[in-house]
Design a protein around this ligand. Structure first.
Ligand code: FE
Ligand code: CA
Length: 533
């Protein structure tokens, strides 16, 4: 049988990359920094011709380093099902110094493989720090939209200011992404996503718009479709195209309230890990993650660090993959519960991060020379006490309150090792919060050791307003709360001061709604107490 070049056995990806890199360097040496049109190694399937636009899911960049970032796309002429032939396809990529792509400084060829849903993740290197670049992909004769990406400042370099925004919880069914449209108009160096990028569950009620199907995804093909469906939103694609992102996840990327191998439905853990593997792989395939996060079976290494010179280091944390099962769930549903008299919350054996990640964080905080240490994680870290009709305190076990000892152990630790300006950013609960973090929230003499800003959801419906407000007097460390508005959070960080602006869209039902600053706060260098602007 004649053999098509498109079905050649896959070569080792790393050797292709290094070969391409060597050729780029050789070419650079000969042209004084500019590269003429050239062909590179590894044409996977040059014969494939795009009939329809294969870039329907857009482009993205992520995880900035001083010398580069990762650029992403996924070939999918049809968002649902992909619409690609089951073969490898060669994808050319270009990096330029200008939006018109006329001054190309790097280029190469990658292979989009059917095993990874024809996604492409290129780790671009050799760029200059603290610069904007533009990039584009070409496949099957079709060119992608031009994306914009920014490198981080040089290691340890003095940085005068960093502007970033963070988002979370973008349930497609609950509303539109006016927040992304307005975020795309901001001047930012980075966007951070703190989880619930997709939702696996759908609502039976009337909704502004619908998922691709009302059935929960379980297989890889189904999770791929869900991610692709979210990317059909033009405002989400625009926000990816304009900025370099850093992402971490929460529960809904797999299943509501899951904990490691424990599903909310109490499924067989062996079966659930297969579902998790499918969900994790689809997550990797749709986001600009580095090779270090390539899924391995049911595992995906997501916790990592990003540094912005001497000014800020982001410690991106994984609150789901390694955590203990939620406590006090006996006789109740799996996942989180509102519980009273649950002393198991205080069990020192409980972990949110797992021993390895906790040690990694401890090591990284001790070694950090950054002025600001950002704890980027999916949940609200501050305690929230409410009181039930019987007058007893109640807590929600899926959040940090269900892991109270692990939390106070961590907050004590950052005080002990004198972490420079720890600031936690979180999401999950679809509401804005500004909190002061203490090792013991029930002791008014317990010192404030860190500051926390929880961002509201991009679109997911807000948590109960009136009952939460009623409980605020039990939570004096909470300085601000609002759950009725959707949006994002913008931060401006300088050596002397951190400024947070809660940005809220006026009408969540309007995809083009304007945005305004609902409230603004400051934190001064060396003082974790919140200042209200
Ligand atoms: Fe959520
Ligand atoms: Ca969540």
């Amino acid at each position: 049988m004649p053999r098509s070049p498109c079905s050649a056995p896959p070569a080792d990806r790393r050797s292709l990359d290094s070969l391409a890199r060597r050729r780029v360097l050789a070419r650079l040496a000969g042209t004084g920094g500019l590269i003429a049109a050239a062909t590179f190694a590894a044409p996977a399937c040059a014969q494939w011709k795009a009939v329809d636009d294969p870039f329907t899911l857009g482009v993205a960049s992520g995880d900035p380093a001083p010398d580069g970032f990762v650029i992403w796309t996924r070939l999918a002429p049809q968002p649902l099902g992909g619409g690609m032939p089951p073969q490898r396809v060669a994808v050319e990529w270009l990096i330029a110094e200008d939006e018109a792509m006329s001054r190309v400084v790097r280029r190469g060829s990658a292979s989009a493989e059917p095993e990874l849903g024809h996604s492409v993740h290129v780790e671009v290197e050799g760029l200059l720090p603290e610069r904007w670049y533009w990039y584009r992909f070409i496949a099957g004769g079709a060119a992608s939209p031009v994306g914009r990406a920014r490198t981080a400042p040089a290691v340890g370099a003095p940085v005068a200011a960093l502007r970033f925004a963070y988002v979370s919880c973008q349930n497609f069914e609950h509303g539109h992404y006016a927040g992304y449209l307005r975020l795309a108009e901001e001047e930012l160096d980075l966007v951070v996503h703190l989880g619930d990028y997709i939702y696996e569950n759908s609502s039976a009620a009337e909704m502004p718009r619908r998922h691709d199907t009302g059935k929960e995804p379980v297989t890889l093909a189904e999770y791929r479709d869900r991610h692709a469906w979210y990317k059909t939103d033009a405002s989400l694609r625009l926000a990816h195209q304009r900025f370099t992102w850093a992402v971490t996840w929460d529960d809904h990327e797999v299943e509501n309230d899951y904990a490691a191998d424990q599903s909310e439905n109490r499924d067989d853990p062996k079966w659930f890990l297969e579902r998790r593997a499918a969900a994790y792989q689809a997550y990797y395939e749709h986001l600009p993650l580095r090779r270090a996060s390539l899924p391995r079976g049911p595992d995906l290494l997501l916790y990592r660090r990003l540094a912005f010179g001497d000014l800020a280091t982001f410690h991106l944390l994984d609150n789901r993959q390694y955590r203990s099962d939620q406590v006090c769930g006996e006789g109740r549903r799996g996942g989180g519960n509102v519980v009273e008299k649950c002393s198991a919350r205080l069990d020192p054996a409980l972990t949110m991060w797992g021993a390895t990640q906790e040690q990694w964080l401890d090591d990284g905080l001790r070694a950090s020379r950054a002025r600001w240490n950002v704890l980027a994680q999916s949940l609200m870290m501050g305690q929230f006490r409410a009181r039930n009709a019987a007058g007893n305190d109640v807590h929600w076990t899926d959040g940090w309150d269900g892991y109270a000892h692990a939390r106070s152990r961590f907050l004590q630790r950052i005080a002990e090792i004198r972490v420079s300006n720890p600031v936690s950013i979180g999401g999950d609960i679809h509401s804005y919060w500004a909190n002061e973090l203490k090792p013991d929230f029930d002791d008014e003499r317990s010192p404030v050791v860190a500051t926390e800003f929880v961002g509201t959801s991009m679109s997911s419906r807000g948590t109960a307003y009136a009952s939460t407000v009623k409980a605020l007097p039990l939570n004096p460390h909470v300085k601000f709360f609002e759950s009725r508005l959707r949006g994002y959070v913008r931060c401006e960080v300088t050596p002397a001061r951190w400024r947070t602006a809660f940005r809220a869209v006026e009408r969540a039902t309007d995809p083009r709604s304007p945005v305004r600053t609902l409230a603004a706060f400051s934190v001064e260098n060396g003082r974790p107490q919140l200042l209200i602007d």
